[in-house]
Structure formats: C-alpha cells, structure tokens
Write a protein that binds this ligand. Structure first.
Ligand SMILES: *[C@@H]1O[C@H](CO)[C@@H](O)[C@H](O)[C@H]1NC(C)=O
Ligand SMILES: *[C@@H]1O[C@H](CO)[C@@H](O)[C@H](O)[C@H]1NC(C)=O
Ligand SMILES: *[C@@H]1O[C@H](CO)[C@@H](O)[C@H](O)[C@H]1NC(C)=O
Ligand SMILES: *[C@@H]1O[C@H](CO)[C@@H](O)[C@H](O)[C@H]1NC(C)=O
Ligand SMILES: *[C@@H]1O[C@H](CO)[C@@H](O)[C@H](O)[C@H]1NC(C)=O
Ligand SMILES: *[C@@H]1O[C@H](CO)[C@@H](O)[C@H](O)[C@H]1NC(C)=O
Ligand SMILES: *[C@@H]1O[C@H](CO)[C@@H](O)[C@H](O)[C@H]1NC(C)=O
Ligand SMILES: [Ca+2]
Ligand SMILES: [Ca+2]
Length: 604
C-alpha cells in the first residue's frame, strides 16, 4: 500500500483498478464513515518540486554592464519565491573565456568575473536557502576550456596530465607520408572535425563541441578523481545538486578495441547535411557509449555517500542526454540495481511534439516516458531550455497556459526555463548581433537562424523600462526581444488575467494530494483535446482539459467515471471565457483553440 501511492509511474490501468478495489473494499468495511484518507508517504525535497532554470547571463544585471550576474539573481529571489518554485538550476557560473557562454570552463573552482565573486555566490546560496530554495549548479564534465590549467599542463606533457585529454597522432597517408590526416572522420556538434592539431604536442586533440572545448579523457583515472573533487568542492559550498551537461559525449571509441586506430564512422546517409555538419556520420563512436553509464553510477554513489557522511539533504544529479528512450532510461540506473541520475531530463515534449501535434500525439508521447520509466523512479517534464526555441514559439502562443498546466499537473518534477512563467517568446537576433558559437561556426547570414540558440537566450523581461528592466544599460549582451512592452512580469502582475497569475496558481495547486501522490489518467477525447486526470481517493480530483488544436472543439466528459459533478474551474487559460468557480457540464464542454481548463471534482 505504501509504495503503491508513491509509485506514480506504473501503468494507469493497474493503478485505477487497484485503487478501485481498495476503495470499494474499504467502503464496504467502514460503511457510512467513508474510506479513510490514504497514507501520504512523505516525499524527498526534490521528488515533486519545480526546478527553475536560470540562464545567468540573461536573468538580471546588477551593475549595468549589460550582462546578468549573481547579485542580480540574489535581488530577484523574491520573484522565485512568489511564483512558488522549489529549486534553481543555474547554467554555468564558473571562470570561462565564454566561447560557449560558460560551457567552456577554464577554472572549475571559481566564479566567472562578469558574474561576481565567491562572496556573491555564498550570499546567493545563503539567501536562497533561507527562503527555502535549493541551488543546483551546472556540472560540465565532458570538456574544459583550452585556456584551463589542465589543458596547459597536458599540452606541456606535465606528469599526471599527459593523458588528461584525448590526444592522437595523425593518420598517415600511405601514398604521401608528408601528409597529415585527422585520426578519424568524426564531426563536432558545432561543425567541422572533432580533431584539432596542436603544434606544441605535434598531435591532435579531440573536441566534440567547439575547438576551445577540449574533451577530457575519461579513461584516465586522474580525470575521474578530479571530477569527484570538483563535485565535492561545490557540495561543500552548499550546492544541492547538479545538472550534468552533455553526458552522452563522455566517451569515444577506444583505439584499443579497433586495432589501434580511431575507427571512421559510417555515413548516416542524411542528404540534407553538409559533410562537415554534425549527423553526417552516424556518431556511433562518439555518443551513448556504454562505458559512460559507469561514470554516472559512480557520481551517484559519490553524491549518496556525501549525503550519508555529511547528513545533508539529498544532492541530486540530473543528466542532460538527448538519447533514444532505452538509452535515456538507463541513466536512472541499471538492472543490477545501481542507481544513476535522480533523473535524466525528459526532452520528449521538445523532440516529439510541436504546435502541429494532435491530442493523441500528446498522450502518446507523455505515456511513452511513463511506460518506459523503471518502476519507482520519478518522472520529469522539460518544456524548454537555453538550447531550444522557447516553448510558446515551438508550440503556439495561445498554448502557453495549457503547456504550463500540463507541466504542473503531470506526475513528478516540473522544470521551467526562465520566462516560461510569463510566456516569453524567442527574440529576434540579427546576424550582426549573433554570438552563439553554434551559429557562428556553421552559419552564414542566410541560414544562421537554424543553428542559433541566441533567440532563446535574450534577457528576461522584468518591466517596460530600459532594457526591459534587465539592465540600466540600453545595450545588453544580446538584444532585448522586441515584444517586451507587451510581455513583461510587471504588466502581468498588474493585469487581472495573465500567464504569470495562471502559472502561480498552478504551482500552488501542486500541494494538493492528487497532484503530489495521485495516480494519473491520460486520454485523448477528440483529435485536438485531451484530458489528464490526477486522482487519489478521499481527496479532490483535478483534471486538465486542453484543446491543443487551432479551432474550437467540443468534448463529452459524461463517460469518465473519475469525474463527478460538480466540475468547477480552478484555473483557466487567459483567453478562456471561463473564470474560476464556473461550473463545466459533463455532458458537453466547448473549448476555444488553445484553451486549457484545470477542473476540480469532488473526491471519489
Ligand atoms: C553597456 O553594455 C555594453 C554591452 O554589454 C558594454 O559594452 C558597455 O560597456 C556597457 N556600459 C556600461 C556603462 O557598463
Ligand atoms: C604530400 O602532402 C603534402 C602536405 O599536405 C603536400 O604539400 C604535397 O603536395 C603532397 N605531395 C603529393 C605528391 O601529393
Ligand atoms: C563547413 O563547410 C562550409 C562550406 O561547405 C563552410 O562554409 C563552413 O565554414 C564549414 N564549417 C566548419 C565548422 O568547418
Ligand atoms: C562533508 O564531509 C567531508 C568528508 O567527511 C568533509 O571534508 C566536508 O567538510 C563536509 N562538508 C560539510 C559542508 O560539512
Ligand atoms: C558506493 O559504492 C561502494 C562500493 O561499491 C559501496 O560499498 C557503497 O555502499 C556505495 N555507497 C552508496 C552510498 O551507495
Ligand atoms: C537506442 O540506441 C542504442 C544504442 O545507440 C541501440 O542499441 C538501441 O537499439 C536503440 N533503441 C531504440 C529503441 O531505438
Ligand atoms: C509601463 O508600465 C507601467 C507599469 O506597469 C504602466 O503604468 C505604463 O503604462 C507602461 N507604459 C507603457 C508605455 O506601456
Ligand atoms: Ca552585470
Ligand atoms: Ca568526450
């Protein structure tokens, strides 16, 4: 019984059946008094939290240099408390030449100067913790900046550092021994060969991202040990966990398994890609190598051991891996019982859905995650991040409240990228203003938009003053999106109906037992409308009704046994004609395009 209520991920049908049987047995037994409330197993702090991703460069600038910083985040913690989130994940704040805006770290133990000082970090952690907010950092284990001490030492073949990175001799052309060839045909995620020649070492080094982001050699025990040092250092500084970057790229094929050479990858056959573009080859020797999971399990062991030894709260690890569903699920742990990440990010809503998706597509994609997820694990839902088009741009602007409702009503952890709470859309960034290395490397004035991640990284819209209240400086590191006069936090706080207000009520609703401990039931009612029901006996039932189509739609709720009259509107999307407290007829409800209603129904 205990684990039954805790495990929300098992098959819907089974939960409902067991729930109904348990319900009716207790009913008969206790006659008129009704069933007793189920025991609500206490959840660990992270298991039902809302994680809010901050892109520090674009959140709030405290000193007018046009770049967001730690003090800026500290001054805005009240906003995060106000909307009710539980944890902040900050994209990297460590010393960096900023080739990839912090994902190229040159000193893993210090704060990047533009973002502030160690004292600023400590103050941020202290204040956040006092406000009940957890702090997650970004762990970037795959690579270091070419400006790092590690790389300089490795270049100089300093003992202990010689094999810190993936170094390889040139391949020789048998017809021309004076010609130097790259060791293999592998292509970097940002375009071009993964191999870069070093005059100093007279060898190539490997980089799966920009050439300034040098891949560590995870087959070197010294690297593995150093990674744990870094993790412990920030745990000691109060970090409550890590989002772990680019884990799919930790290992590349070992020449020892391939006759002493780096094997070429077969061509993928994708004719839309240029020969120097990522995906032109299969990437079978550069991504998702099975060895990487041992490292993930090792890190989890370390974080669990830290928790035990220091009697700290759980330090969570969240893996960033764009992988197929089976390889993704392996990040949770293996069949041998080893635990991995607390969860791998669920990118299904990004990869497999868009504004053109039907209600069935939504139901299918959501259930796929919950079906493949191993029993006892915690689900999570990602709607956007700093690498993807913003949620309203990827879907439709009239779907913002529905998407936020979905995020908050699904079982497990909700993840919000900064700005989603006010429905921020992608900003326009001209080629001249483009700074993203992915776009600068692979793009030109005609096609850079398809690579650029800048539009999703423009600064947060606080209000309608200079630079949207992000900075006192009229010039900012990326331009402010043009729509900030219309879409900004202050305006949404003052307006009667706004995305901000919807978001806030949704987060608040997560305290309801149906959402934290209930079973889920998900069903497409028509081509464009689906229903998500969260249910637990003796407590109110909540349901999200969401028309993801672009025309009006009428649905019949009369056959859904879990919904009892009266159905009242608890939250409605801002363009809905309904307001809180309205009742909805089970016989037939008409929803506008993009309309979403969170309904409350009496307990069963
Ligand atoms: C304003 O921001 C721009 C771009 O970040 C920067 O070049 C300039 O120095 C800033 N001005 C001040 C007064 O800091
Ligand atoms: C051999 O390779 C070198 C270096 O790439 C080149 O300069 C030279 O022309 C090549 N020789 C022949 C015969 O192709
Ligand atoms: C890839 O090739 C194109 C020309 O085909 C070139 O413009 C571009 O700079 C190359 N990109 C990289 C990263 O080498
Ligand atoms: C956690 O434990 C380690 C090893 O026992 C110790 O070095 C460290 O100072 C502790 N950290 C905190 C914050 O208590
Ligand atoms: C970590 O791994 C070691 C060795 O396998 C094991 O003895 C220990 O119990 C593990 N610790 C935790 C907290 O999982
Ligand atoms: C996922 O990828 C792995 C290795 O890359 C492959 O073996 C497996 O068949 C794939 N599974 C699915 C469901 O595509
Ligand atoms: C700017 O915002 C303030 C406060 O929300 C509002 O009173 C004012 O009308 C807005 N100005 C414009 C030009 O929209
Ligand atoms: Ca600043
Ligand atoms: Ca790697």
């Amino acid at each position: 019984m205990v684990s039954f209520w805790k495990v929300v991920g098992i098959t819907v049908g089974a939960i409902l059946v067991v729930g109904a049987v348990v319900g009716s047995l207790t009913w008969g037994f206790l006659a008129n008094r009704g069933p007793p409330p189920p025991e609500l197993v206490p959840l660990d702090w992270w298991e039902h939290t809302v994680i809010y991703q901050i892109y520090p460069r674009s959140f709030k600038d405290s000193d007018g240099d046009g770049i967001g910083d730690l003090k800026g985040i500290t001054t805005q913690l009240d906003h995060l408390v106000d909307i009710g989130i539980g944890a902040i994940w900050m994209s990297p704040i460590f010393v960096s030449p900023m080739v990839d805006f912090g994902y190229d770290i040159s000193d893993f133990y210090n704060i990047h100067e533009e973002y502030g000082t160690m004292a600023d970090f400590e103050e941020l952690v202290h204040k956040a913790h006092n406000l009940g907010l957890k702090i997650l950092l970004d762990y970037v284990p795959n690579h270091a900046s070419d400006q790092s001490e590690y790389f300089k030492r490795s270049l100089a073949r300093e003992p202990g550092y010689e094999n810190f990175f993936v170094w390889a001799d040139p391949k020789l052309n048998p017809n021309n021994i004076s010609e130097r060839l790259v060791p293999s045909n592998w292509i970097s995620e940002f375009g071009g060969s993964v191999w870069e020649w070093s005059e100093t070492r007279q060898q190539y080094y490997l980089h799966q991202f920009a050439k300034e982001q040098v891949d560590f050699n995870f087959r070197d025990p010294a690297v593995r040990a150093e990674m744990l040092n870094i993790m412990e250092y920030w745990f000691n500084k109060g970090a409550d966990g890590y989002r772990v970057d680019a884990v799919a790229h930790l290992f590349e094929a070992d020449p020892n398994d391939h006759g002493g050479v780096y094997p070429d990858e077969p061509l993928s056959g994708n004719m839309f890609l240029r020969p120097n573009e990522t995906g032109y080859t299969t990437q079978e020797y550069t991504r998702h190598l099975i060895e990487l999971y041992d490292v993930i399990y090792e890190w989890r062991n370390f974080s669990d051991s830290y928790k035990e030894q220091n009697k700290s709260d759980t330090k969570i690890l969240l893996a960033e891996a764009y992988a197929n569903i089976t390889m993704t699920m392996l990040y949770y742990g293996d069949e041998a019982g080893r635990d991995g990440a607390h969860f791998p990010f669920n990118f299904e809503l990004i990869n497999s859905l868009s504004g053109k998706s039907s209600a069935r597509d939504f139901v299918y994609v959501i259930k796929r995650w919950l079906t493949y997820m191993p029993a006892g694990r915690i689900a999570n839902w990602v709607f956007g991040n700093h690498d993807q088009m913003r949620m309203p741009t990827r879907f439709r602007v009239n779907m913002v409240d529905g998407m936020n409702s979905l995020s908050m009503l699904l079982p497990g952890v909700a993840i919000t990228y900064q700005g989603e709470e006010i429905g921020m859309r992608d900003g326009y960034v001209s080629w001249e203003d483009t700074v993203d290395v992915a776009a600068c490397n692979q793009g030109n004035p005609d096609n850079y938009m398809q690579y650029s991640r800048d539009p999703a990284r423009t600064p947060f819209h606080w209000d309608n003053t200079t630079s949207a209240g992000f900075s006192t400086n009229a010039t900012t590191w990326l331009p402010i999106a043009q729509d900030y006069m219309e879409i900004n936090l202050r305006k949404q706080q003052e307006t009667e109906r706004s995305h901000y207000k919807v978001y806030k009520s949704l987060v608040n609703l997560r305290k309801e037992p149906a959402l934290s401990h209930g079973s889920y039931h998900l069903q497409a009612l028509t081509e464009s409308t689906f229903i998500l029901i969260r249910h637990i006996i003796t407590y109110d039932t909540y349901a999200l009704l969401f028309n993801v189509g672009d025309v009006e739609d009428t649905v019949d709720l009369s056959t859904i046994a879990l919904l009892r009259d009266p159905l009242t509107v608890h939250v409605s999307s801002i363009h809905s004609s309904r307001v809180n407290g309205d009742t909805v007829s089970r016989g037939g409800a008409t929803l506008r395009a993009g309309e979403a209603l969170v309904l409350r129904a009496p307990p069963t």
